[in-house]
Write a protein that binds this ligand. Structure first.
Ligand code: 5GP
Length: 192
């Protein structure tokens, strides 16, 4: 996605350890028009699938997810990183956070994730694929189906993309694929 790549080159900051900081337009302050264009692109890529619900994980996945859900006119479910006292019955799994370097439990209500749901997972980044695999695990616990995964930015030099694209019947789309992050250097994969 040309607009997104131009913005990453203009405002993205490459940090040590293969981390890309996009706080000025995605992760802290959001550019709502860019987010809308991102959602339109996701809709183009996934609209042919019989999706009934968007699923994401708090917090940074929520913004793109809600834009996609709004355009497709379907609900947006976000997996929580803490168990609210009000949630009685839930599916739980563990995931490792790349940016926070720790493992934590994530939960989703059994009432809101059900066997008949056909889901599209949306998130901001794909790195090692831990968040996406953990969400896939929750979906499987519910007996529901995960039909696709859409990421704004994929760091293609990490292993997540390869792992997720190997899942059977899974459409994985990343709108900007970065092959190299260095000192003041951001290099994208060529588009197929
Ligand atoms: P994964 O689970 O694929 O290893 O990592 C994906 C999650 O980690 C994303 O939800 C995102 O919040 C965070 N993340 C991974 N890499 C980066 C990065 O380079 N920059 C930012 N801002 N977040 C990242």
């Amino acid at each position: 996605m040309k607009l997104l790549k131009e913005r990453i080159l203009r405002d993205g900051i490459s940090l040590d350890g293969g981390v890309l900081k996009v706080d000025s337009f995605i992760n802290h302050q959001m550019d709502s028009s860019l987010m809308k264009s991102i959602a339109v692109e996701f809709v183009k890529q996934f609209a042919h699938l019989p999706i009934t619900k968007i699923i994401t994980i708090e917090a940074s996945g929520i913004a793109p997810a809600i834009m996609v859900g709004y355009l497709l006119e379907i609900p947006v479910l976000f997996v929580k990183k803490a168990t609210p006292k009000t949630m009685a019955d839930f599916y739980m799994t563990k995931t490792y956070s790349f940016t926070k370097d720790r493992t934590y439990d994530i939960v989703v209500s059994k009432q809101l994730l059900q066997a008949e749901d056909r889901l599209l997972f949306i998130d901001d980044f794909l790195a090692n694929g831990n968040a996406a695999q953990a969400v896939d695990n929750l979906v499987q616990q519910a007996g529901a189906s995960l039909l696709g995964m859409g990421f704004i930015i994929e760091k293609a030099f990490q292993e997540g993309g390869q792992k997720l694209r190997a899942l059977p019947d899974m459409k994985v789309v990343s709108l900007a694929r970065i092959k190299e992050l260095g000192n003041n250097k951001i290099v994208f994969e060529e588009e197929a």
